[in-house]
Ligand binder design. Structure first.
Ligand code: ADP
Length: 231
């Protein structure tokens, strides 16, 4: 029996005259790793921000874990956007502790997650002294504090060095093994092909393809040619 984690129906969004999403519909089932790909301006960020409740669609509907208000499922969703909302002057560990208290998560999780993201040694250093990659790792630790069933990541490898990219890949593999559901966007097609079970291709706000990794590769030579194909 498959379990629906996200269900999107005929979602449309305009900014003034600019159509950013046009009647987009798809379903994400438990355990899938869905890669959302498309050129700049294709609507990826708009789609994510609607799913996270940050923007309202003009029409259409969606549900996450069967709920139509993203606020109601916050505890089950880990979000990795950019560099979190942390206090600059206090340590990574203190920042994560505050977050754990807000989320009602046992404080033992803080050290466990700092270790997991490779920040165990630098947990006592202030957030402001962190490099971009370290900030991203802290953002990941924060997103995973509540052991979310669904993890949403917008461009998780952007700006990371090769070690950081490998770290993200291994993290996604581990979450996948644990049966978590993941939705991510990325510009790095080669990278995303290594981890995703499914793909959703957007072009100018239109959903031009949604299907499994096998379905994409059965239809096109590669994800890249699927993206450049004039569908
Ligand atoms: P992507 O994340 O794939 O680059 P976006 O969702 O950011 O795509 O953008 C989709 C379209 O909507 C683009 O044409 C973009 O210019 C437009 N757009 C995005 N955000 C805004 C905004 N706040 N105001 C006006 N137009 C926007």
């Amino acid at each position: 029996m498959t379990e629906r984690i996200i269900s999107v129906e005929h979602l449309s969004k305009r900014y003034g005259k600019q159509l950013a999403l046009n009647e987009v519909s798809f379903v994400v089932e438990k355990g899938q790793v869905l890669g959302v790909v498309g050129p700049n301006g294709s609507g990826k960020t708009t789609l994510f921000s609607i799913l996270l409740g940050l923007r309202k669609p003009n029409s259409g509907s969606f549900s996450i874990f069967g709920q139509t208000n993203p606020e109601d499922v916050r505890a089950k969703v880990g979000v990795i956007l950019d560099q979190g909302n942390f206090y600059a002057g206090i340590s990574a560990k203190k920042n994560l502790t505050i977050s754990a208290m807000t989320k009602n998560v046992p404080l033992a999780k803080v050290d466990e997650l700092l270790e997991k993201v490779g920040l165990g040694e630098v947990g006592s250093k202030p957030f402001k002294s962190f490099s971009y990659g370290m900030k991203k790792r802290l953002e990941i630790a924060d997103a995973l504090l509540s052991d979310p069933e669904l993890v949403i990541m917008d461009e998780p490898t952007n700006g990371l060095d090769p070690e950081g990219v490998i770290f993200i890949r291994e993290l996604i593999m581990e979450l996948k093994r644990q049966g978590k559901t993941i939705v991510l966007s990325s510009h790095y097609l080669e990278e995303i092909q290594k981890v995703c079970t499914h793909f959703l291709i957007l072009k100018k706000g239109e959903l031009v393809f949604h299907g499994s990794q096998e379905a994409v590769l059965g239809k096109f030579d590669s994800l890249e040619s699927a993206l450049t194909n004039k569908l």
